[in-house]
Design a binder for this molecule. Sequence first.
Ligand code: COS
Length: 390
Amino acid sequence: MSDKSYLDWPFFEDRHRQLQAELERWISGNVTAHHGDADSACRDFVTRLGKAGWLRYAVGGKDCGGQFDAIDTRAICLLRETLARHDGLADFAFAMQGLGSGALTLHGSPEQKQRYLTKVAAGEAIAAFALSEPGSGSDVAAMECTARVDGDDYVLDGDKTWISNGGIADFYVVFARTGEAPGSRGLSAFVVGADMPGFEVAERIEVIAPHPLARLRFTACRVPRSAMIGVPGQGFKVAMQTLDIFRTSVAAAALGFARRALDEALSRATKRKMFNQTLADFQITQMKLAQMATAIDSSALLTYRAAWLRDQGQTITREAAMAKMTATESAQQVIDAAVQIWGGLGVVSGHPVEKLYREIRALRIYEGATEVQQLIIARQTLAAYSQSER
Ligand code: COS
């Protein structure tokens, strides 16, 4: 049984505690072992999460399917943490509905919200976020994909890669260079249906923890001007604001993986006998368990601080970066320790800690690698220092 004492922290309200308990009950009957490929398992999770109402938390706006008028960051984090503790793909399916539609929640027109968010919240349309390119992953401002005006349309050209839900999404939020200014000030966001002529899935990508992932290609892909999300030239900020929310939620997912790893480690350490005692009787195991438990609480504090601050209306770029960096890096350590405690069994394919070992790795890379989070934190720390010196 996972530690739930953190739910009493002042970051949460009663509705969050209720949400977590209800989700836990739902998971016990609905998140069971999935067979078949990741595409169909993911589609199935989206349908079931939608029918049960959980995807309403992934979007903002009661009039377009959302649970609340604005995104409740703490609810999203609790959902991700709890789903991840049980099943990485269930968490992925929930998270990508939010990331893929986040720009629409934040900056979509009323028509765009009605058209897309209602379906995302119901689990009737699958969303994806298309930012990275073969030549610009960490350096978003170096983006080369273009969108040029032609009459009443924009025409998109270029490649996007590492796109989660690529291949199964019904629509993509695509960032492209519209050229209002150089660098980050010349990008815009668009919503592009998977059925638009000129759009193709150029390559499916297999990764160590299988989930739908692809490289996309846009070749003279024509979308109406009304497909733009927000205003021309503001795409970089739209992407970063979306990432502020979902980087915090990546930290929550890492936290869920780490809690599961600690649970598995405790179960093994208290049962496994050697040298006439249990593994948990050895101080060397206790040291590991102490480090794991402390890493989890540190990650949880940073994650829910970021989520709470955002729900208070604050900008959380620095706090989200701290949460993502700490939670993903320390989850990797916690999971590695759990594998060690399980010994040979811990590396057997399909064992829960073996799956966690594969699941956690990408979280230190996607939605801004640890090194990008360090850059963000250092820049803000230096800027605050310069300001205080004036
Ligand atoms: N919210 C709102 N605005 C933001 C912002 C945020 N979180 N972060 C930056 N901005 C604004 C800045 O204030 C600046 O505005 P002005 O042009 O008005 O001055 C502008 O955006 C450019 O910001 P900055 O100078 O910091 O941009 P850089 O090109 O130096 O890039 C990093 C910053 C590296 C942090 C950014 O490119 C990044 O996050 N890269 C990782 C991308 C990523 O996560 N990829 C994974 C894709 S999803 S799997």
